[in-house]
Design a protein around this ligand. Structure first.
Ligand SMILES: NC(=O)c1ccc[n+]([C@@H]2O[C@H](COP(=O)([O-])OP(=O)(O)OC[C@H]3O[C@@H](n4cnc5c(N)ncnc54)[C@H](OP(=O)(O)O)[C@@H]3O)[C@@H](O)[C@H]2O)c1
Length: 269
């Protein structure tokens, strides 16, 4: 199936690692030009090299703190200069889940969760809109979380921020529908990204959980967050990349305002 991405201009914020990177790799394989936004220069450079090797005719990274509106506006001005328009924006960056009880979460953690979980996507979408409006076709994909559908007592701030993002996504789908800019949410379940595995690596050794083993990853999620799934293992980020790429492609021409689970079957178990 041709996704219609050859030569398309795509920006993946949070695209240097994890699921954002997995999505960027799929866009590159389809021949899209790809801009990545993240902070760490080294991982951006490595990701950009990888995208070129996969077939992207033009890939570049812009070191940008997504908590800084002026930096975001500068980044999209540069994307405008390089691409002249934008077909697809993927908002993939998000906060980590701190695993604290509600009455232990300080205000600054609530605010940080909303800054990266919702406001980063708001700011990027706002800065991207003039570029999206210049394109023949345009899509926005917001990466939320399955925990908005199945609560965990230890994830109140994280989940609230992700629920805000899901709501904003639905609202934008309505607002931008008349312009045929399609806006969708992809809600991952448990995915063994770099950050996920780094958090697992901090667990006491006696628990015997291996961050490189997807079955152990799911055991951690079941035991500590109460999130079982139909499948007995966590996902590999490479398993969600193609879903994000399809949702963000020209080939997706009639799905908007949707919230798609990619979670091993976990929202109503
Ligand atoms: N992993 C899971 O199980 C899971 C489950 C449900 C939902 N999610 C959500 O899915 C998305 C991807 O998660 P992931 O685990 O794949 O993430 P990840 O591996 O931690 O990657 C996060 C990306 O965002 C960038 N980033 C983080 N903070 C940033 C900031 N302030 N400014 C600019 N870039 C920033 C990171 O690069 P730098 O650090 O270099 O900036 C990196 O490219 C997130 O929104 C997450 O909340 C994850």
């Amino acid at each position: 199936m041709d996704l219609g991405l050859s030569g398309a201009a795509v920006c993946v914020q949070g695209g240097s690692k994890g699921m954002g990177r997995a999505a960027a790799r799929c866009f590159a394989q389809e021949g899209a030009r790809v801009a990545l936004l993240a902070r760490e220069r080294r991982s951006l450079e490595e990701a950009v090299e990888d995208l070129g090797a996969l077939g992207s005719p033009e890939a570049f990274g812009l070191s940008t703190d997504l908590l800084d509106d002026a930096a975001i506006r500068r980044a999209f001005a540069e994307i405008d200069e390089r691409f002249g328009h934008l077909n697809t924006l993927v908002n993939a960056a998000g906060p980590g889940a701190s695993q604290r009880a509600f009455d232990q979460i300080p205000d600054d953690e609530w605010l940080e969760s909303f800054e990266l979980g919702a406001m980063a996507a708001v700011r990027c979408t706002r800065a991207a809109l003039p570029l999206l409006r210049k394109a023949d076709w345009a899509r926005v994909v917001n990466v939320s979380a399955h925990s908005t559908k199945r609560q965990s007592a230890s994830l109140a701030a994280y989940t609230a921020a992700k629920a805000a993002m899901t709501s904003i996504s639905k609202n934008l789908s309505l607002a931008l529908g008349p312009e045929e800019i399609l806006v969708n949410t992809v809600s991952p379940g448990s995915f063994a990204s770099e950050r996920f595995r780094a958090a697992m690596a901090k667990l006491p050794e006696h628990r015997g959980l291996d961050p490189d083993n997807l079955h152990d990853c799911m055991r951690w999620i079941r035991e500590d967050f109460g999130h079982p799934a139909h499948l007995p293992r966590a996902g590999d980020p490479a398993e969600i990349g193609p879903v994000i790429a399809f949702v963000g492609s020209k080939r997706n021409s009639y799905m908007t305002g949707a919230n798609i689970n990619v979670d091993g079957g976990s929202d109503f178990t």
